[in-house]
Write a protein that binds this ligand. Structure first.
Ligand SMILES: [Zn+2]
Length: 235
């Protein structure tokens, strides 16, 4: 007479484990995507808040802030109270938590973090390319920022190298012989790109997850997505 089996045999157990792990494999990647979607939503919210603060600053001073960091007040006393906390400057997708700038190694000179951190982060970039004077106009209490500020007062060398002398003269609004990032962006907004010119950008979704770049548009402060080269790929 056979003894009736109870419980599972080893084979049955292995089959069950295999099925469970196959199911888990299908569920887990979508879970991490859901988390990244949440981080992206947080970044969009940050960009909206920064947009509101920029507009408030503009209403009060009839100009754009020199750097994003001056939108909040720090221990140094420099800066304004348009943004209560510097946390708004941190994108959750940024694995460096804003300590290495905005994540686009091509343009370290528009990182809104202390200059010492920028040179350490990008050793291949010549420090002489940085405008020490321009960095004195940022708020030193803000030590980390995940976003690039496209209206920074730093020298915009790529504009000068990609445009003709007439265009460079048009862009150099104060005729000091140097086109800053702000002047370059103002020129673009007047020559065919309109409000779609980005004023603030987050590259971290691109560099950490190969997603599109999130941009805050100049003038209407809409958030739009693009490739790193926004001029040819805005949505
Ligand atoms: Zn982001």
């Amino acid at each position: 007479m056979k003894i009736k089996k109870s419980g599972f045999t080893l084979i049955e157990l292995l089959v069950v484990i295999t099925i469970i792990s196959m199911l888990a494999g299908q569920i887990l990647p979508s879970l991490s995507t859901a988390r990244e979607k949440g981080r992206q939503a947080n970044c969009v919210n940050n960009l909206h808040q920064i947009g509101l603060a920029i507009e408030m600053y503009y209403q009060d001073y009839d100009d754009y802030p020199t750097w994003l960091s001056i939108l909040c007040k720090g221990a140094s006393g420099i800066g304004m109270n348009y943004l209560g906390t510097g946390k708004i400057f941190l994108c959750l997708t940024d694995l460096n938590k804003g300590n290495k700038g905005h994540g686009n190694p091509s343009f370290p000179e528009i990182c809104d973090i202390p200059l010492t951190k920028v040179t350490n982060s990008y050793p291949s970039y010549s420090p002489s390319a940085f405008d020490q004077n321009a960095y004195t106009y940022r708020n030193p209490s803000v030590e980390s920022c995940s976003y690039s500020y496209e209206f920074a007062p730093t020298h915009c060398k790529w504009f000068e190298s990609s445009r003709n002398p007439t265009e460079i003269a048009q862009a150099d609004s104060n005729s000091d012989g140097v086109v800053t990032w702000k002047e370059a962006k103002m020129w673009q907004s007047m020559h065919g790109y309109g409000g779609q010119v980005p004023i603030v950008r987050c590259f971290w979704h691109y560099y950490n997850h190969k997603q599109k770049v999130l941009n805050l548009a100049f003038r209407d402060y809409n958030v739009f997505i693009s490739d790193p080269e926004w001029e040819s790929s805005s949505y």
